[in-house]
Design a protein around this ligand. Structure first.
Ligand code: FE2
Length: 205
């Protein structure tokens, strides 16, 4: 039987994963929960859109200016985004990564977020603040999926690099980064406790 001739992986989709040092997750969780109580416009948006829990995505766009803890987080995230951009070999053309938006997600039991991409940005990501046992995982989709007309299904035990959907369940203090075109979803939260995360987008300006 011929030996495998595969000697390279082309068009790789990178997922960046790292620990963010010295973030006060208890304070971040308390701030997020306070926002979930007090941001009436955000609460209304969540109710109207069937979001079980709270997101500031549609109501507040200046978190780093509102609370210094978000400013601290933004400062801590930027070096990670720069490392990721370097690993992607981007020609930045004199532009810099700029935090375009940052928002809080407080997911209650049964809460989910269906598949989506993050338009108008280059790097997107999530920092995980509170991830209780049974909390929702994030699932990434192979960006070539729309082109795979007759591609066979993958084996249940397919290697991670060959899976069409990849599920990740990060621990608190973890940041995940991906290119903003990468479709992802948050699966239903089965935990009674709240899953708290902070998502963000970087643009290049
Ligand atoms: Fe997202």
């Amino acid at each position: 039987m011929p030996k495998s001739q595969t000697d390279s992986s082309l068009f790789v989709t990178q997922l960046y994963r790292a620990r963010v040092a010295r973030m006060d997750n208890a304070a971040l969780a308390a701030t997020a929960e306070a926002m979930a109580r007090e941001d009436m416009a955000g609460r209304r948006w969540c109710r109207d859109h069937g979001y079980k829990g709270y997101t500031s995505y549609a109501s507040l766009d200046d978190l780093p200016m509102r609370a210094s803890i978000f400013e601290d987080l933004a400062k801590a995230l930027l070096p990670h985004a720069r490392i990721f951009a370097r690993s992607l070999d981007w020609d930045m053309g004199g532009k810099a990564l700029t935090l375009d938006s940052l928002w809080v997600n407080v997911m209650e039991k049964g809460s989910a977020h269906s598949g989506h991409i993050h338009p108008h940005s280059v790097i997107s990501g999530t920092y995980y603040v509170q991830v209780p046992e049974g909390a929702a995982a994030i699932r990434f989709e192979d960006p070539r999926l729309p082109m795979m007309m007759a591609a066979p299904a993958k084996k249940l035990r397919a290697g991670r690099q060959n899976q069409t959907f990849v599920t990740v369940n990060p621990t608190p203090g973890t940041v995940l980064l991906w290119e903003s075109y990468l479709r992802h979803e948050v699966l239903p939260n089965t935990s009674r406790e709240k899953r708290i995360s902070i998502s963000f987008n970087y643009a290049m300006r």
